[in-house]
Design a protein around this ligand. Sequence first.
Ligand SMILES: Cc1ncc(COP(=O)(O)O)c(C=O)c1O
Length: 198
Amino acid sequence: MRVLDSNFLGPLREITDKREIALIFDEIQCGLGRTGYLFAYENSGVTPDMLTLAKPLAGGLPMGAVLVSEEIAATIQPGDHGTTFGGGPLVAAVAGHVFERLSDPSLLKAVRENGAWLGEQLETIGRRSGKVRAIRGMGFIWGLDVVESANDIIKRGWDEGLLALTAGEHTLRILPPLIMDRDDLQRGVSILAKIIGQ
Ligand SMILES: Cc1ncc(COP(=O)(O)O)c(C=O)c1O
């Protein structure tokens, strides 16, 4: 759970441009609205040559996609890239709908605004508890480095009605549903404060 800022991505783009290497961003977790932007790269100021998408693309149905620049697209012919379940009509129809919903500027704006608020709440939990070493993230994707075992904390969350993930032994991964409103976020924040132990 680390935000790649333009200080890292800018030079990476320069090096790959100079050496004619394709720059590929994997946005399977951070893409499709998760950061408050349709694609996470939009906020970084760096445009990749290829970009992968999956998880939320068809709302839980199995679907992945790769976006490529015009230059790369010109080198690919039909049949070069095949996959058993790629582009089936059912998942493609669902993905079309999901993509339309996730492209809604008001949804993305809400994720940015609620995400900024969530970040402030997480900072407060960290400060008050003294049990959080670092907080990183944006929009609705946050990582908290915790002193205690992250697994023990999320198990306490199950009893309180909060589902969270880990990202390593001492990192909590917070990924609220993109439609979550401030009231539900507040509930989650209160539970989080309790299970981290403030
Ligand atoms: C960042 C990231 N990239 C790639 C993958 C693999 O995606 P898929 O299962 O669609 O091949 C995952 C799956 O967990 C992921 O989180």
